[in-house]
Design a protein around this ligand. Structure first.
Ligand code: SAH
Length: 283
């Protein structure tokens, strides 16, 4: 193993006192943090982090104060407005503030709201994107979020709205018709309503579905199922959030691309899961 913790040679931005950097930590595996993220960790005085941030990542910033602002895990939940104003206060106190969020800060992470509040209060910000669970998490399950033979578009959907209910504002019919592959965040609680809405909108009962929980972490689990059986299979498998739910035929690609199984000596289940009957790379 090489010591790969040193930052490569380039001019790295400096986190100045009074600034807040909003940074995505990636879906779990600490190696999926970006170099800009690592640069930020090294400089922060205080890190305000969410529940979905892997603890190992925080260990890379021993000099910083670590403030938990998550909304899970049995700990008291911090209100969104309180978190944003806390960031404002820390910045005004002259701290170098790192706001660390799971995945990408601007994907279903309320990063936009926090950034808006900071700007409204005159606090300078920088945004450091991260690998979102809906892309990186599926990749760790061997599911390409787009695949030429399957989809020309992909739709990212949230299964919750601000009230915690299935987003009633979502036009499931349009979503269902508009995209061959759907990637659903926060979908576990309302999986019954979501699958019912998709089936009503015309998606087939036997359409492939994957549920990837704690993606990219040591606890990652992948359930392969169908739209008709996903709800009962989640219960049978005892799966818990966080989960990414992928609906569409790209899920079948896992039969050949489940790269994590290789280490365990498994052979691909099917080299041509889409049954194209031609070499994968022909034009
Ligand atoms: N900003 C994050 C999403 C935050 S919303 C991102 O870009 O990934 C929280 C939801 O993200 C969870 O309910 C779950 O649907 C998904 N999620 C985040 N991390 C995950 C992980 N490691 N495995 C599976 N799903 C995850």
């Amino acid at each position: 193993m090489t010591d790969s913790t040193a930052l490569p040679d380039m001019t790295w931005p400096e986190l100045m006192p009074g600034w807040v950097w909003l940074c995505g930590a990636g879906p779990g595996d600490p190696g999926l943090l970006t170099l800009h993220g690592l640069n930020a960790l090294r400089q922060a005085d205080v890190i305000v982090y969410d529940a979905l941030v892997e603890p190992a990542i925080l260990n890379w910033a021993p000099q910083a104060e670590h403030v938990y602002a998550g909304k899970r895990g049995g700990k008291p939940s911090a209100k969104q407005r309180d978190i944003s104003l806390r960031l404002v206060d820390l910045a005004r106190a002259g701290k170098r503030v790192l706001r660390l969020k799971g995945g990408d800060p601007f994907v279903f992470g309320r990063g936009g709201e926090e950034a808006q509040t900071l700007v409204q209060h005159g606090v300078p910000i920088r945004i450091i994107p991260g690998i979102s669970a809906g892309i990186g998490g599926l990749a760790y399950a061997g599911i390409p979020v787009t695949h030429r033979d399957v989809n020309q578009s992909v739709t990212f959907v949230t299964g919750h709205d601000q009230s915690g209910e299935t987003p009633s504002s979502l036009d499931w019919k349009a979503i269902s018709k508009g995209s061959q592959v759907l990637v659903i965040y926060m979908g576990m609680k309302h999986i019954a309503q979501i699958t019912a809405a998709l089936r009503r909108a015309g998606r087939a009962t036997d359409e492939p579905v994957a549920v990837v929980t704690s993606a990219t972490t040591c606890d990652q689990k992948v359930l392969e199922t169908t739209l008709g059986t996903v709800e009962s299979d989640i219960v049978a498998a005892g799966l818990e959030p966080p989960a990414i739910i992928c609906v569409g035929r790209s899920v079948l690609m896992r039969q050949v691309l489940d790269w994590q199984a290789q280490g365990a000596g498994a052979v691909p289940r099917n080299l041509d899961p889409l049954d194209r009957g031609r070499p994968a790379e022909s034009a």
